[in-house]
Design a binder for this molecule. Structure first.
Ligand SMILES: *[C@@H]1O[C@H](CO)[C@@H](O)[C@H](O)[C@H]1NC(C)=O
Ligand SMILES: *[C@@H]1O[C@H](CO)[C@@H](O)[C@H](O)[C@H]1NC(C)=O
Ligand SMILES: *[C@@H]1O[C@H](CO)[C@@H](O)[C@H](O)[C@H]1NC(C)=O
Ligand SMILES: *[C@@H]1O[C@H](CO)[C@@H](O)[C@H](O)[C@H]1NC(C)=O
Ligand SMILES: *[C@@H]1O[C@H](CO)[C@@H](O)[C@H](O)[C@H]1NC(C)=O
Ligand SMILES: *[C@@H]1O[C@H](CO)[C@@H](O)[C@H](O)[C@H]1NC(C)=O
Ligand SMILES: *[C@@H]1O[C@H](CO)[C@@H](O)[C@H](O)[C@H]1NC(C)=O
Ligand SMILES: *[C@@H]1O[C@H](CO)[C@@H](O)[C@H](O)[C@H]1NC(C)=O
Ligand SMILES: *[C@@H]1O[C@H](CO)[C@@H](O)[C@H](O)[C@H]1NC(C)=O
Ligand SMILES: *[C@@H]1O[C@H](CO)[C@@H](O)[C@H](O)[C@H]1NC(C)=O
Ligand SMILES: *[C@@H]1O[C@H](CO)[C@@H](O)[C@H](O)[C@H]1NC(C)=O
Length: 480
């Protein structure tokens, strides 16, 4: 309506016919727009502007309390979330809507997102996952896994879930999504669960997903699981779970996803901080969707049970074109790991690691080719993964027991590995700390510790200094 007031100040004589048509069009569209807003939410149209100082990123914004939400940590808010998201669904073709979750503790059962939605968590807003598994719907297994990851058959859905969406933003002023995973971890360890646990946030078959400026904590299972998605950005998030006894609480698992950026974040969890995946054995091979074009940078990560940044072990759809840079891994069991096994098929290739700092980690760089967990007995042991074209540049740190353990095998050799500019301070022994088996590749310049003899040595100018006698020598020692 603002437009017609503005034009009212002009001399009408000078407005030509086209401009009048344009004004009529704007007034007409505006009237229809307002009428639709009234039709959907009646008298609440003007009350909605009470959302206060939060930034508004969509044409309309709602407050969870508008839908009966009660943030007392006890009242169940599932219906409030569902009603709010249903209301926003109606704005899909008008730029979508924003749902503000104010400060408070908002207990909920799992709910589904919609497209063109911004879920905004105010400072001190906490979405709490209900712990009673009766409230968690069962869903078919992820198709590229064939079975639930922990049990055959269906698996629990995620606390916050979405399928076939586009343009979803989850952000805020560092509000929290808390899965209250403690009861799930205990039940899992006591073998009281009959189905695979649910992730905290799982978005499947979707595109244009942005997650930023929030905290995710205590997921029952993997924390953030984008599956078969395109254009996913995860920025400035904090992901937390206890570093021990929080089984499988991976931080972020991009799974059969393309065009993913994960940056400027802090992750300390009970399993891999990041694990790039693409399906499991025969199911992943059949589904056939790789994870590719993935950029991971500027992270501080910690994992006492698994590793900082992993690829696999489920990688049967292939993983390629991954850049991992400016990563600080502290107080961890492993820093970087590629894990696979016979039966996986697929490939891991064109993987570039740059500027990694390891501070107090047991094993820095790990390749493991006998990670023998399988979905069932039907996998093909002759489906051998390919590992090649992997480079490490600018690897530094201190307090590392075993800087490198690349354990290829006769069946799954590791090909075309490059090391350049590496100096890692060691703590334990001076020998057998750059361990290799069935590894082919090169070192450019001098590195510390001295590389295994499987690698060719080149000088800084790329001139061959010493050719490896054999790529197949084995110097793997798991005793330290
Ligand atoms: C949401 O509504 C509640 C209750 O009316 C109010 O206290 C709060 O400030 C509102 N928050 C936002 C973010 O709009
Ligand atoms: C979310 O949507 C999926 C797919 O339609 C469905 O299987 C699931 O039950 C829904 N979850 C909830 C909590 O409604
Ligand atoms: C990261 O998010 C927090 C809120 O969680 C915000 O205060 C901070 O400015 C953000 N930083 C960047 C670089 O975006
Ligand atoms: C966000 O909250 C988490 C958990 O309380 C905290 O560790 C982190 O430092 C906070 N981030 C910012 C940018 O304030
Ligand atoms: C698992 O199955 C057993 C046997 O059917 C049943 O007694 C138990 O309640 C189930 N547990 C859960 C968490 O569903
Ligand atoms: C995250 O916070 C920063 C700093 O406040 C802000 O510039 C950025 O726009 C926020 N991101 C989103 C998606 O709101
Ligand atoms: C992903 O983003 C790129 C460029 O940012 C764009 O060209 C492409 O169309 C997007 N893909 C999808 C599926 O949205
Ligand atoms: C590799 O991924 C990056 C994003 O990390 C992208 O910009 C680049 O185009 C990709 N390269 C190829 C060959 O697809
Ligand atoms: C290397 O990574 C560290 C974080 O681990 C960062 O502080 C530093 O700026 C990075 N160096 C370059 C040259 O990007
Ligand atoms: C070896 O890997 C590097 C990337 O690390 C790649 O640029 C190069 O083309 C590969 N060499 C061969 C022979 O494939
Ligand atoms: C080394 O192992 C590779 C792959 O298993 C094999 O093709 C090659 O013949 C072996 N070379 C030697 C010298 O044993």
């Amino acid at each position: 309506m603002v437009e017609s007031f503005t034009f009212g100040r002009f001399n009408h004589q000078k407005l030509d016919f086209k401009l009048w048509i344009a004004i009529l069009w704007i007034v007409g569209v505006g009237t229809v727009f307002l009428w639709q807003r009234y039709a959907i939410d009646g008298f609440r149209i003007f009350g909605r502007t009470s959302v206060g100082p939060l930034p508004q990123m969509r044409p309309v914004a709602f407050n969870l309390t508008d839908f009966g939400g009660v943030g007392d940590g006890v009242t169940l808010n599932t219906e409030a979330f569902e009603r709010a998201i249903a209301a926003i669904t109606k704005y899909a073709n008008r730029g979508g809507g924003q749902l503000n979750v104010p400060a408070g503790r908002w207990l909920t059962a799992p709910f589904n997102l919609t497209s063109h939605l911004t879920l905004f968590l105010a400072e001190d807003a906490v979405i709490l996952g209900i712990q009673d598994e009766k409230y968690w719907p069962l869903m078919p297994p992820v198709p590229s896994y064939g079975n639930g990851r922990e049990h055959p058959g269906p698996r629990y859905g995620s606390l916050i879930h979405g399928q076939h969406l586009q343009d979803v933003v989850i952000t805020g002023h560092n509000g929290t999504i808390n899965g209250q995973g403690q009861t799930w971890w205990v039940k899992f360890r006591r073998k009281l669960l009959n189905h695979t646990r649910g992730p905290l946030v799982q978005i499947m078959w979707s595109k244009d997903i942005h997650i930023s400026n929030i905290t995710l904590r205590d997921s029952p299972f993997w924390t953030l699981h984008p599956f078969d998605c395109q254009n996913v950005t995860i920025k400035n998030v904090t992901i937390l779970a206890p570093i021990f006894e929080a089984p499988n609480t991976d931080g972020i698992d991009p799974d059969s996803c393309e065009n993913v950026v994960i940056e400027d974040s802090y992750i300390s969890v009970g399993d891999d901080a990041i694990a790039i995946k693409s399906g499991w054995d025969q199911y992943g091979i059949k589904y056939g969707r790789p994870s590719r074009n993935i950029l991971i940078r500027n992270l501080v990560v910690r994992s006492m049970v698994s590793a900082g940044v992993s690829i696999g072990s489920e990688m049967s759809g292939g993983v390629s074109n991954v850049t991992v840079e400016n990563i600080y891994v502290w107080n961890s069991r492993r820093a970087i790991r590629i894990k696979t096994s016979p039966g996986r098929g697929g490939y891991v290739r064109d993987i570039n690691y740059r500027n990694l700092t390891f501070d107090d980690v047991r094993v820095g760089i790990v390749v493991k080719t006998d990670y023998n967990e399988h979905p069932d007995g039907e996998y093909d042991p002759k489906a051998l993964p390919i590992l090649q074209d992997i480079s490490f540049t600018g690897i530094h740190g201190q307090g590392v027991r075993v800087p490198v353990r690349m354990h290829g095998s006769d069946e799954i050799p590791v090909r075309n590995v490059t090391f350049r500019d590496m100096s890692v301070g060691i703590t334990y022994k001076k020998k057998h700390i750059f361990q290799c088996a069935f590894v082919e590749g090169r070192v450019i310049g001098t590195i510390f510790p001295a590389p295994c003899e499987n690698l060719d040595l080149f000088d800084e100018h790329g001139q061959l200094v010493k050719k490896s006698v054999s790529h197949n020598m084995t110097d793997i020692d798991y005793d330290f």
